[in-house]
Design a binder for this molecule. Structure first.
Ligand code: R5P
Length: 309
């Protein structure tokens, strides 16, 4: 990627950053400030900005909120508190936003946790803009003026298309909430998409998946299941089993945030997945021949450079 000169931008990489800070330093010629983190014996989080801030006008904070979602969230609040004492324009990049799935009250008595996260970041802080990479839904960008979503699925799709130039996989969304992602990918690959239905029992968390009527369409074809998050792997495994039974020849997954909680990888692989393409948005990388991590840092950097220059 062509380098951009963003010397007027300082970068602060928080403990959840999976390496974008040092990549941006290289791409933008920007200064990267260090943060020291430790955990007190009772579990409390301590951070300290160890470098003296120089004269850059803009500061970009980078964080990803997995693993240890609550700690990562609190580090954002702590750094914003530190930066209160400086006259800078502050921007925040959240590579994985935790709690984004609780974007409404599903059962009486619940909080809207996505709102809790953004409210606390914006209230009483000078943060000018928050860039959230592939948020679960458009709730945060619609609800909060300062929040902008970065479409990682588009970036991943375009990258894959360059390699798969003559392939026409059928795109599959595991639920209606992911329909836009499937549409985006199908446009990139110039192919069709199918939308499954997913029903979640809000009390037990268990899911039931229903295939669309034209599922036979996948027979003998390659399919890509697209999703924002792979957590326990239950959603992907359910859809993959149906695709396999329906005769899909090869089944791939393209997912922005691969959390791989507990035995998710085994679950997904035993459902018949051939390969999983993951974004590098969280600080957890599993080495496995079935997983391919896509380094999205240059494209995300370019997106930000165009907006922060
Ligand atoms: C939910 O609607 C999300 O888009 C993902 O489908 C979900 O979070 C995946 O979770 P799991 O891997 O635990 O099924």
């Amino acid at each position: 990627m062509e380098k951009k000169d963003l010397r007027d931008l300082g970068i602060i990489s928080l403990p959840g950053d999976p390496g974008y800070g040092s990549r941006f330093k290289e791409l933008f010629n920007s200064r990267l400030y260090s943060v020291h983190q430790r955990i007190f014996p009772d579990g409390e989080t301590y951070i300290r900005l160890t470098d003296e801030l120089q004269d850059e006008k803009k500061l970009l904070i980078i964080q990803s909120m997995f693993p240890e979602q609550d700690r990562r969230f609190f580090e954002i609040l702590q750094i914003l508190d530190i930066l209160d004492n400086y006259d800078k324009d502050i921007y925040l990049l959240i590579l994985y936003m935790a709690y984004a799935r609780q974007d409404k009250v599903f059962l009486r008595g619940e909080p809207v946790s996505a709102r809790v996260v953004i409210r606390h970041i914006t209230q009483n802080s000078k943060v000018k803009k928050i860039y959230v990479a592939e948020p679960h839904s458009d709730y945060v960008s619609k609800e909060f003026d300062r929040v902008h979503a970065i479409n990682l699925i588009r970036i991943m799709g375009e990258t894959l298309r360059e390699k798969w130039i003559s392939r026409r996989p059928i795109i599959v969304s595991p639920d209606q909430g992911g329909a836009e992602r499937a549409k985006t990918l199908s446009e990139i690959f110039d192919t069709e998409y199918l939308i499954f239905r997913k029903y979640r029992d809000r009390y037990t968390g268990s899911i039931k998946t229903e295939a669309p009527e034209n599922i036979d369409f996948v027979r003998g074809k390659e399919t890509i299941i697209v999703d924002d998050i792979l957590s326990t792997g239950g959603t992907i495994a359910e859809v993959a089993s149906i695709l396999r039974r329906s005769g899909s020849e090869k089944i791939y997954v393209l997912c922005a945030h691969c959390l791989f909680v507990s035995d998710a990888l085994n679950k997904v692989l035993s459902s018949g997945i051939d390969k999983i393409f993951c974004g590098n948005t969280v600080k957890k990388f599993i080495e496995d021949p079935h997983i391919e991590y896509m380094d999205l840092s240059s494209r995300v950097g370019l997106y930000l450079a165009e907006r922060l220059l």
